[in-house]
Design a protein around this ligand. Structure first.
Ligand SMILES: [Zn+2]
Length: 365
């Protein structure tokens, strides 16, 4: 998802595409209008999808001739929303021509500059079945800063009854640095992330939240009512949001450290995770794998924006190997936190030792 532009000298400027999620604050009437528009837009998409499938047609131009007038009349969609619906169907149909595509009533509505515009940072002017509505937006500092990079193309989505605009923005990345070695990052539960300098991010807060939600979830699951189910959904969302925030904080600090010391970042290739047999294995299973993937992907994109190289290494035996002499034996790992080499006597914090091995493996490459 990146565009390369070569400038006249040696620097390569890469624009990275990221998505800005902007919360809309519609009043009651506006909320109903957005909901209606979304439902009808997707109904129209389903109708167009049937025609596309029946006619085996993946051409926007041809499909438009076939359905445009009918869709406008039958669904009351504006000209531009009809065009967007056709485009959405063509895109989906091209991906899978084996059956008519189906769109949920809450599927995204695609907006472009003709039907969506912004009034500063305060409001979006959005075309609905009730005409154009000026709807208040809620933005944080980061979003305000990045907002200008959007191109007026956005998806309107609805998540748990809340409407958002997903705005694609292009952020220029820094030219890659020539690193002075690597910072190794070891992932775990007791310490979510430990680096090869001895820095670490405790998993305690995350673990506490997880445990609290786990108990709550059990209580609610045994209950089984509709409100319990809804409550469960909210809990899952809160837990995910908490982890996401945590991952943002950790990745930001690690990338800042790498930038300050002009080093690259070495990460574990998580594909090997299942092959690992360390004392942390039961812990790892407990933690869902996706949050490690999420942390790594946050590190990777923040590193990219700052020109910091990221390398993935084979993490096998990193927790049993001595970072000082290279001797690898299970007995080196004395406890969860303590490493003592049976060959050379090197003593270290076990996570730091593992992170140093990860850094060393990146240096070799
Ligand atoms: Zn040793």
């Amino acid at each position: 998802m990146e565009r390369l532009t070569l400038n006249s000298f040696v620097n390569i400027i890469v624009n990275m595409k990221t998505v800005l999620q902007i919360k809309l604050l519609p009043d009651e009437t506006q909320h109903a209008a957005l909901k209606d528009t979304m439902r009808v837009f997707n109904e129209a998409c389903n109708h167009i999808a049937e025609v596309a499938f029946r006619e085996q047609c993946a051409s926007k131009f041809v499909l438009q001739k076939l359905v445009y007038d009918e869709v406008r009349k039958r669904f009351g969609l504006s000209a531009q929303l009809t065009i967007r619906a056709i485009a959405k169907v063509v895109e989906a149909y091209k991906r899978d021509k084996s059956k008519p595509c189906f769109f949920k009533p809450t599927g995204a509505v695609v907006y472009d500059q003709r039907i969506l515009s912004f009034k500063g940072l305060e409001a979006a002017s959005i075309l609905t079945l009730q005409g154009r509505l000026s709807i208040a937006m809620q933005m944080g500092d980061y979003q305000r800063l990045q907002f200008g990079r959007g191109h007026g193309q956005a998806d309107l989505v609805r998540v748990d009854g809340v409407f958002y605009l997903l705005l694609v923005i292009e952020t220029p990345t820094a030219p890659p640095i020539d690193p002075n070695g690597f910072i190794g990052v070891d992932l775990g539960i007791v310490q979510i992330a430990s680096d090869s300098d001895g820095g670490s991010f405790s998993g305690e807060a995350v673990e506490n939240v997880r445990r609290r939600y786990h108990t709550l979830r059990k209580d609610l699951q045994s209950c089984g009512s509709r409100s319990a189910r809804r409550h469960l959904q909210r809990i899952r969302r809160n837990e995910a949001r908490f982890r996401r925030n945590q991952n943002h904080v950790i990745s930001k600090k690690l990338v800042e450290k790498a930038k300050d010391t002009e080093r690259g970042i070495a990460l574990e290739n998580l594909r090997y995770i299942r092959e690992r047999t360390t004392v942390r294995k039961p812990d790892r299973a407990k933690h869902s794998g996706w949050s490690f993937f999420q942390l790594q992907s946050f590190i990777e994109y923040k590193a990219k924006l700052n020109g910091i190289p990221v390398q993935y290494v084979d993490p096998r035996h990193t927790s049993r190997q001595c970072a000082a002499c290279g001797h690898t034996e299970k007995a080196n790992r004395k406890t969860q936190s303590r490493f003592q080499c049976v060959s050379c006597g090197h003593v270290a914090n076990a996570d730091k030792n593992a992170a140093m091995n990860i850094a060393a493996r990146a240096n070799v490459n």
